[in-house]
Design a protein around this ligand. Sequence first.
Ligand SMILES: [Fe+2]
Ligand SMILES: [Fe+2]
Length: 188
Amino acid sequence: MKKSAAVVLEELREDHRNMSLMLNLLERESNRIYEGKEPDYELLGDVMHYMTVYPDAVHHPKEDRLYAELRAFRPDLSVGFERITMDHRHIAELSVKLRNEIAAINSGNPIKRNAVVADALRYVNTLRGHMQWEELDLFRRVDEMISEGHISFDSATFAHNHDPVFGPEVEQNFGRLLSSIRALSPAC
Ligand SMILES: [Fe+2]
Ligand SMILES: [Fe+2]
């Protein structure tokens, strides 16, 4: 199955916009914990659930494929991107750790709040830095690959799951999360 590389790139850029909104929400609630206020732990749990089922499971593997394509067709343009797959693995580990900590709090287990704040802010900063690197570098290299004639590639190995929050259908458990995102960013 062939897919337009430009369409894939636009999907990835849109995912980044959506992930940034999630990170804003995560940062806002983490700051509430830091300030000694009561955060919305249920919402934090929803954000981290989303991060593990969409960005980690669909978005990053798609980028790994895009990078493999770049390396296969334009090895000259892929220099410096060897660590991207490792970065994705590291980010997924941070996601699971944070998701589990928040789930533990929501189940009434004692977890040090400061540790959650530190892990949440580390996660926000790591993912923001990673996305910026991709947008300013990887995606531009792919733009170059496209403009030089490599306009489509095999998408058979992509995970084709729709985004459960911003996709055509909002999954039942994510309705509240989408409302919170819209309250923060009315344009969504
Ligand atoms: Fe990535
Ligand atoms: Fe990305």
